[in-house]
Design a protein around this ligand. Structure first.
Ligand SMILES: Cc1cc2nc3c(=O)[nH]c(=O)nc-3n(C[C@H](O)[C@H](O)[C@H](O)COP(=O)(O)OP(=O)(O)OC[C@H]3O[C@@H](n4cnc5c(N)ncnc54)[C@H](O)[C@@H]3O)c2cc1C
Length: 412
């Protein structure tokens, strides 16, 4: 991260307001201070809890191995004003003001970091025993459910569904995962890569029912459209998340087809003095030639540094461009799965190792250059691959296919 301090006499903004106190919001506020911003920083979050990290919610927090996952940031020390339990209700850009539950809040610069909210299953709202897994409150509600060792039905075989199923099995529950598509992770991975993951469910003793559409959820059961009735002491819905941007209605801000705030390559929105970062915003990827909406932790960590540089920048400072190699990880069925890059435009796939084994990787190439990599239990492949993707290095596909050879020595 480049260190910058405000130059005397420059007309730097005095009041930065950040809407949303999740990872992206907290990192934005902290990065502003790290980079020498001396004006006021106000961080407004709807949840009442001290800001926390979400990945442990479907892992250690769910299993009671960690009480919470509060972020280790000393807000007082950093001079960041925290307003928790306060929902932001609207934005009036002409007045440079937010409307919140506690009244209007003026800003010189606004950063939108309201993240995402889980997609709800139609008809399941209000049915007893139906859960989502997005917040600390959700995880705390689910902990005793696991402890009671119910029969649990998970709707959706995505990342969250798989992680929750893993935890529920570890807690001794009987778990059925129902998935409308023909396999897990349909929207994110090609069939040949997701195929070996299908076997992980059975191995862990989880019943995976694909091509299974939920017709309705009743208290104590999930009914599928073929009439099958699955007993369910609890139902966990993990069918995706969408940007939490409803509060921006009427503000005139540019929104994309997925409901996200459309940011440019500096993470600026269509409105003056308004940035957007994290799960709520898409950005144009110069690297991959398309607009990306990334719902992963690393994006919420790194985007804020670009935002802070650009807020602090002024005359004579070239704005920072956000063009990351996306990265995420998932812990499921005893495996550590990591992914870097974006494989949509790849023209070749190279496997390293046998996907029937405990550890293997898949590399995606475009015109011989590494553009994406998925590693299962091979963190060294991931670390080296990430650097090779960043550098756009051309690879030798034959050398790459040898899992015994370090990835970094498989270059062309
Ligand atoms: C259970 C779970 C497990 C995950 N595991 C992984 C993982 O293993 N690896 C990985 O890479 N990623 C993982 N993720 C994704 C990662 O946690 C997110 O990408 C990251 O939290 C995004 O941060 P954010 O700050 O953009 O959004 P959020 O974390 O959603 O934070 C946004 C905050 O804004 C608040 N907010 C929303 N609307 C308003 C409003 N109108 N007014 C005020 N406040 C508002 C919300 O309450 C929330 O606290 C996981 C996510 C979940 C839910």
């Amino acid at each position: 991260m480049s260190e910058q301090t405000q130059e005397p006499g420059r007309s730097a903004p005095r009041r930065v307001v950040v809407a949303g106190a999740g990872m992206a919001g907290v990192q934005t506020a902290a990065a502003l201070r790290e980079q020498g911003f001396t004006g006021t920083v106000t961080l407004i979050g709807a949840e009442p809890h001290q800001p926390y990290d979400r990945p442990p919610l479907s892992k250690a927090v769910l299993l009671g191995k960690a009480e919470d996952s509060a972020l280790d940031v000393d807000f007082e020390e950093l001079g960041i004003e925290l307003r928790l339990g306060c929902e932001v209700l609207g934005l009036r850009p002409d007045d440079h003001e937010l409307d919140t539950e506690a009244g209007p809040v003026p800003y010189d610069v606004l950063v939108i970091a309201t993240g995402a909210e889980p997609v709800r299953l139609p008809g399941a709202e209000g049915v007893r025993g139906v859960h989502l897994l997005r917040t600390l409150d959700d995880a705390e509600r689910l902990r005793p459910v696991l402890a009671r060792q119910h029969d649990i039905v998970v709707v959706g075989a995505g990342w969250i569904g798989a992680e929750f199923a893993t935890a529920a099995r570890e807690a001794g529950c009987a778990v059925t995962v129902v998935e409308a598509a023909g396999r897990p992770l349909t929207e994110v991975l090609p069939a040949e890569v997701a195929a070996p993951m299908t076997a992980w469910y059975a191995e862990a003793g989880v019943a995976l029912r694909t091509h299974a559409r939920v017709e309705r959820v009743e208290e104590g059961a999930v009914v599928l459209d073929d009439g099958t009735r699955l007993p369910a002491g609890a139902v966990v819905v993990g069918i995706g998340a969408r940007p939490a941007t409803a509060w921006l209605a009427g503000s005139g801000i540019g929104l994309g087809t997925r409901g996200e705030v459309v940011a440019d390559h500096h993470l600026m929105t269509s409105l003056p003095d308004v940035y957007a970062v994290g799960d709520c915003a898409s950005f144009p990827s110069g690297r991959y030639g398309e607009r990306l909406l990334v719902h992963h932790w690393d994006n919420a960590l790194r985007g804020p540094r670009t935002v802070a540089v650009n807020i602090l920048g002024g005359p004579g400072h070239a704005p920072a461009v956000y063009d990351p190699v996306p990265y995420f990880w998932s812990e499921q069925f005893g495996r550590f799965v990591q992914y870097a890059g974006h494989h949509a435009d790849a023209d070749r796939t190279v496997w390293r190792g046998d996907p029937g084994e405990a550890a293997w990787s898949v590399c995606w190439l475009r015109e011989s250059r590494l553009v994406a990599l998925l590693a299962v239990g091979r963190p060294r492949d991931l670390a080296q691959g990430r650097r090779l993707i960043e550098a756009g290095t051309a690879m030798d596909a034959d050398l790459l296919a040898d899992p015994a050879r370090p990835l970094k020595s498989a270059t062309a």
